[in-house]
Design a protein. Structure first.
Length: 255
């Protein structure tokens, strides 16, 4: 039942004999609660509705943004975009106004899709990938594209009974620490998400040759505190690298 129907039913009940004969207090209180909830919902949703872009706003912003991105491209190289990319991109832009990194990725994707020299790399799957990312994901991926592979560690505790390992932290790295939050935990969810989408891959079978990279991670104040808490500790050393698909995404949507 929608809120309008609920309100109409409350009005009917207020006029009934049952309401007048003893339930007025309870129903009156319920009506007040409902009204308060409806007001609260309206209050929090109204700003969101104002943030949704209209078609004319998207058109104006895209025309200006893409024109700047393609100002050095010969006119004869500008081709009609693949509707499979352009349609979903324009639709998704309605909801990404506040996220500069995301709207710029959409604009880059569309700009590359109408450039005959780069359109081959503009994959339709990139639209859904951008929709599944947040600002931190974009920053982490860009950083990974510059320096890949990067070192990661998993911290575990050795069970004295059967020598099995119970992991207390996985995929710890210094990725994103300098340009996001200054905290070594900030990249963990992004790594999981980027790997899920095939943009990067975890290396768990071997450590990177540069052992100093692991020393830097283990000497981070927060990570060192976790390691020092456990005497029977176990540290797996691995890496994270961007995939070829991820490189294509970065070239098309980020750089």
């Amino acid at each position: 039942m929608n809120p309008k129907d609920i309100i109409e039913n409350i009005d009917k009940i207020e006029k009934s004999h049952v309401y007048q004969s003893g339930l007025k207090g309870a129903i009156d209180e319920s009506g007040k609660v409902l009204t308060t909830v409806l007001q609260a919902v309206n209050t929090v949703l109204l700003p969101v509705q104002g943030l949704i872009w209209g078609g004319e706003q998207i058109k104006c912003w895209l025309n200006e943004s893409i024109s700047k991105k393609l100002e050095s491209v010969p006119i004869e190289n500008i081709i009609p975009p693949n509707p499979h990319i352009a349609g979903p991109t324009i639709e998704a832009l309605k909801f990404t106004f506040q996220e500069q990194e995301l709207r710029e990725m959409f604009a880059n994707l569309l700009a590359n899709s109408i450039n005959s020299e780069t359109s081959v790399n503009a994959h339709p799957a990139f639209v859904d990938i951008i929709k599944s990312m947040n600002k931190n994901d974009a920053l982490i991926l860009h950083e990974l594209s510059i320096d890949s592979p990067i070192a990661i560690i998993d911290i575990g505790i050795i069970n004295p009974k059967d020598k099995s390992v119970d992991y207390v932290a996985r995929n710890l790295s210094l990725l994103g620490k300098d340009n996001i939050s200054g905290h070594p935990w900030c990249s963990i969810s992004s790594i999981d998400n980027l790997e899920r989408m095939g943009l990067c891959t975890l290396i768990k079978s071997a450590a990177l040759s540069n052992k100093d990279l692991y020393v830097e991670i283990e000497e981070d104040a927060v990570i060192k505190q976790i390691i020092d808490q456990h005497s029977a500790k176990h540290i797996d050393k691995g890496g994270l690298e961007i995939t070829q698909f991820g490189k294509m995404f970065v070239a098309t949507c980020i750089t």
